[in-house]
Design a protein around this ligand. Structure first.
Ligand SMILES: Cc1cc2nc3c(=O)[nH]c(=O)nc-3n(C[C@H](O)[C@H](O)[C@H](O)COP(=O)(O)OP(=O)(O)OC[C@H]3O[C@@H](n4cnc5c(N)ncnc54)[C@H](O)[C@@H]3O)c2cc1C
Ligand code: SF4
Length: 468
C-alpha cells in the first residue's frame, strides 16, 4: 500500500497551530456560559470561559496563566486530551454547530507563553518541608509543581534518562512532540524542583531512605511493560510501546513492510499508526467486534482514514517464523458468547477456523502491566493497582500515590494524572500547613461583567458574585 503523504510529514504534529487571527475568531464564538459545562467536563476544571475571553481580548499570556493555574501540563493536555469526550464534548454549541476548539485554543495560549519565555509562577517562600516524588510523568510533574508553588523543597526521581513519562516516551509525535513534554519538565525545574534522572526506587529500604529524608513521598510510577500473550513464537513480537518510543526518539522502529498489530485500544491504534506511517501495510487484529473495542470512536475513524485494516473476531495463536524472521501470524476465528465479568460478550474460538495472516512484523499493544513496585513495597492493592483513600494516601504512613498506578477504575489519561498531582499537593498542604491552589476556580469580574456573558445569563447570581 502506498502512503500518499510526503515522508517528511509522516511524524509531525497532526493539527497545525492556530494563527492569532484564527484564535481570535474562534475565541469570539464563545458564549461564556454561566456554570460552563466545559469547565465541569475538564477533569482539572480549567476556567475555560475565562481563558477564552482573555484570548479574545488579546491577553494571550493571561489566558495561559489561567490554564496553567489549574493544569500545570496545559500544553500537553491541549494536545493529548480526548477533547471530544471532555471539554469540547460538553460545549453547548454541540447541539447546533461545531463546538469551540478548546484544545487548540489552549495550545495556542500555552505555546505563546512558552515562545515568550515567560515563567507563569514563582514559588512561595521556603517552608523548610521536603517532599520526594518518584516518577516524572504527568502525575509526578503536576504534584511537584504544585508542591514547589507552596514553597516545599521537592526532589523528583525518574528511572529513565529523560523526564516526562509517557508524554515523552509514549504519546505519538503526531499528537505531541517530545520537546513539548520536555519543556514541562524544564518548567518544573524552573520552580526549583530538583529533577534526578536515572534513579530508580526499587526496594523497601530505598523507600525508608526517602521517608527518613523527607516529610512525605509521592509515588507516581505509572504502569509497566506490555503483558505477554503466552503464545508460541512470542519472542518475535515487538512491543507497541517500544515501537512508539523508537518513533518518538527518531530511532529505527523495526517495522517491516507488512505489520499486524494485536489489540484494539488507543495504544494499539497509536502503534498501528506508527507502523502505517513507517510504510507498512498494517492490520489490527482483535478478538471481539468493533462494538467492544476500547479505543475512542474518533481514534477508530482516524485509523480507518490512515488506511489501517481491521480483522475483528480474530485471536492470535502463534507467531510463525523462519531463520529468525517473522513470516506470519496464525489466528483463529472467534464467535461471541454470553457476557463475561466485564459485561461484554465473551469471545469463544470457533473450532477448526485457523488461518494465517502473512506478515513480517507482529506488534503487541494489549495494555500495560500493573505497577510491580506496589507489591515490592508491600502496599495494599486494589485490583493490582495501588490502593489509595480519598486524600490519595496509600496504606503506608506519609506515602501518597497518583496517576495510572492507582487507576483501578475509569480510563487512565494524562489529564486525570495531572488532577491527581493537584489532589496530592492539596492533601499535603493540609498536613504541612500551607495553602494549596484551589481545586475548582471561580469566575472573575472580567468574564462576569462582559456584555455577552450578561446577555446570555442575565444578572450574576449572588453566590458567584461573592467569589469574585
Ligand atoms: C501509547 C500511549 C498513548 C497514550 N495516549 C494518550 C492520549 O492521547 N491522551 C491521554 O490523555 N492519555 C494517553 N495515554 C495515557 C497517559 O499517557 C497516561 O495516563 C499518563 O501518562 C499517566 O501519567 P503517570 O504520571 O501516572 O504515569 P507515566 O506517564 O507512565 O509516568 C510514570 C513515570 O515513572 C517512572 N518510574 C516508574 N517506576 C519508577 C521507579 N521505581 N523509580 C523512578 N521512576 C519510576 C517511569 O519511567 C515514568 O517516567 C497514553 C498512554 C499510552 C501508553
Ligand atoms: S485540559 Fe484537556 S479537558 Fe481540560 S480544557 Fe484542556 S483540553 Fe479540555
Amino acid at each position: 500500500m502506498e502512503d500518499a503523504r510526503p515522508p517528511q510529514l509522516s511524524f509531525q504534529e497532526l493539527l497545525p497551530p492556530m494563527t492569532p487571527h484564527e484564535a481570535t475568531v474562534e475565541a469570539n464564538r464563545c458564549l461564556y456560559c454561566y456554570d460552563a459545562p466545559c469547565l465541569h467536563a475538564c477533569p482539572t476544571h480549567i476556567d475555560i470561559p475565562t481563558f477564552i475571553r482573555k484570548i479574545a481580548t488579546g491577553n494571550v499570556s493571561g489566558a495561559a496563566h489561567t490554564i496553567l493555574e489549574s493544569n500545570f501540563l496545559g500544553g500537553t493536555c491541549a494536545r493529548v486530551c480526548p477533547v471530544q469526550e471532555l471539554c469540547e464534548g460538553a460545549c453547548v454549541y454541540n447541539a447546533h454547530d461545531k463546538p469551540i476548539q478548546i484544545g487548540r485554543l489552549q495550545r495556542f495560549a500555552t505555546d505563546h507563553l512558552h515562545a515568550r519565555g515567560e515563567a507563569p509562577f514563582t514559588p512561595a517562600p521556603p517552608t523548610g518541608r521536603r517532599v520526594a516524588v518518584v516518577g516524572s510523568g504527568p502525575a509526578g510533574l503536576s504534584a511537584s509543581a504544585e508542591l514547589a508553588k507552596q514553597g516545599h523543597a521537592v526532589t523528583l526521581y525518574e528511572k529513565r534518562e529523560l523526564g516526562g513519562g509517557l508524554s515523552t516516551y509514549g504519546i505519538i509525535v503526531l499528537r505531541e512532540p517530545v520537546e513539548v513534554a520536555l519543556r514541562e519538565v524544564d518548567a518544573v525545574r524552573d520552580l526549583g524542583v530538583q529533577v534526578v534522572t536515572g534513579q530508580e526506587l526499587n526496594s523497601p529500604a530505598g523507600l525508608d531512605e526517602l521517608l527518613a529524608a523527607n516529610d512525605a513521598v509521592v509515588l507516581s510510577v505509572g504502569l509497566g511493560a506490555v503483558p505477554a500473550l503466552g503464545i508460541p513464537g512470542e519472542a518475535h513480537i515487538l512491543s507497541g510501546l517500544d515501537v512508539i518510543e523508537a518513533s518518538k526518539l527518531e530511532r529505527p522502529t523495526g517495522v517491516g513492510t507488512r505489520a499486524v498489530v494485536i489489540g484494539a485500544g488507543n495504544t494499539a491504534i497509536d502503534a498501528a499508526t506508527i507502523a502505517r506511517r513507517a510504510g507498512a501495510d498494517t492490520t489490527m487484529v482483535y478478538r471481539r467486534t468493533e462494538r467492544e473495542m476500547t479505543a475512542y470512536h474518533h481514534e477508530y475513524l482516524f485509523a480507518l482514514s490512515e488506511g489501517i485494516g481491521f480483522s475483528f473476531l480474530t485471536q492470535p495463536v502463534e507467531v510463525l517464523h523462519e531463520n529468525g524472521q517473522v513470516t506470519g501470524l496464525r489466528c483463529v476465528r472467534m464467535g461471541l458468547g454470553a457476557p463475561d465479568t466485564s459485561g461484554r460478550a465473551r469471545p469463544e474460538p470457533i473450532p477448526g477456523s485457523d488461518f494465517v495472516i502473512p506478515c513480517d512484523t507482529v506488534i503487541s499493544a494489549i495494555g500495560q502491566e500493573k505497577p510491580a513496585l506496589a507489591v515490592t513495597l508491600g502496599l495494599d492493592l486494589d485490583q493490582g493497582y495501588i490502593r489509595v483513600d480519598d486524600e490519595l494516601r496509600t496504606s503506608l504512613p506519609r506515602v501518597y500515590a497518583g496517576g495510572d498506578c492507582i487507576r483501578a477504575r475509569g480510563n487512565a489519561s494524562t489529564v486525570m494524572a495531572v488532577q491527581d498531582g493537584k489532589l496530592i499537593a492539596a492533601s499535603l498542604a493540609r498536613i504541612l500547613g500551607t495553602q494549596a491552589a484551589p481545586i475548582a476556580p471561580t469566575r472573575p469580574p472580567e468574564v462576569r461583567d462582559h456584555p455577552l456573558y450578561q446577555a446570555a445569563h442575565g444578572a450574576v447570581p449572588h453566590a458567584e458574585a461573592q467569589h469574585g
